[in-house]
Design a protein around this ligand. Structure first.
Ligand code: SF4
Ligand code: FES
Length: 252
């Protein structure tokens, strides 16, 4: 395949960025999107040009590091797929592909296609701990968990923290991410004791980081590579509302 790439190049957050065009020649349809970028970067390096900077780690769809907006869609047009699992056979020979970073105020550009997602880490930190008895490992089935709760918790825990939900949202809301993180602990007995403190602090931190609020467009669910459902947002809002009315609860 021979393709034309329109790639966002930006030196840092304080310098304006621009699109630059690059050819991607002799690309195998079996390559992943990131392998295609590797080929383009090798050519750029060979000719003394600066390679395109982008993020990746596991390249197996589990770490959430790869983060590109491809033709206007975070992670590209294949549903339930991360950039690293997206293959070139899903594009047409001769196509022009536009590649941009996540765009959100809370995710400042570090360079080119790499953004700073440490706001997500601070939201996780705000969630705090869960109370478990430490000591010897307990028997596998000592804590009984209903099957439905276990499966829902696993669906929420599938979130890989990539930030595509933020990039897709017109409000740059992180509600789907936060709801997934709140829910996977809140649904299990081990994480239930701190559920109010957790939801309160994480939602508060989300606002402090500059993420917007949810207006129920479900754009986040549509691009989520792990198909995390917006139902988790409704669950989180319910928990948050309970916190608000419990005047005796000390939040800070
Ligand atoms: S909810 Fe989905 S899109 Fe958002 S961070 Fe988690 S995996 Fe990524
Ligand atoms: S590189 Fe880990 S999910 Fe894509």
């Amino acid at each position: 395949m021979n393709l034309k790439l329109r790639v966002w190049r930006q030196k840092n957050a304080s310098t304006p960025g621009r699109f630059a065009d690059y050819p991607a020649a002799n690309i195998s349809p079996d390559m992943s999107f990131l392998e295609m970028l590797d080929v383009v970067n090798e050519e750029l390096i060979k000719t003394g040009k600066e390679p395109i900077v982008c993020d990746s780690d596991c390249r197996e769809g589990i770490c959430g590091t790869c983060s590109l907006v491809i033709n206007g869609i975070p992670h590209g047009h294949e549903r339930g797929t991360t950039v690293c699992q997206l293959h070139m056979r899903h594009f047409k020979d001769g196509e022009t592909i536009t590649i941009e970073p996540w765009r959100a105020q809370a995710f400042p550009v570090i360079k080119d296609l790499v953004v700073d997602r440490s706001a997500f880490d601070r939201i996780i930190q705000a969630g705090g701990f869960i109370s478990v008895s430490t000591g010897q490992a307990i028997d596998g089935n000592a804590v009984l968990i209903p099957k439905h709760a276990a499966e829902l918790a696993m669906d929420a825990a599938a979130c890989i923290g990539c930030g595509a939900c933020v990039a897709a949202c017109k409000n740059a809301s992180a509600m789907l991410f936060v709801a997934a993180k709140v829910s996977h602990l809140r649904l299990l007995p081990q994480g239930r004791r701190e559920k109010e403190r957790r939801v309160w602090n994480m939602v508060k931190q989300m606002g402090a980081e500059g993420f917007g609020n949810c207006t129920n467009t479900s754009a986040c669910e549509a691009v989520c590579p792990k198909s995390v459902s917006v139902d988790f947002i409704a669950r989180m809002n319910r928990d948050f509302a309970v916190c608000l009315v419990k005047s005796q609860f000390k939040h800070e």
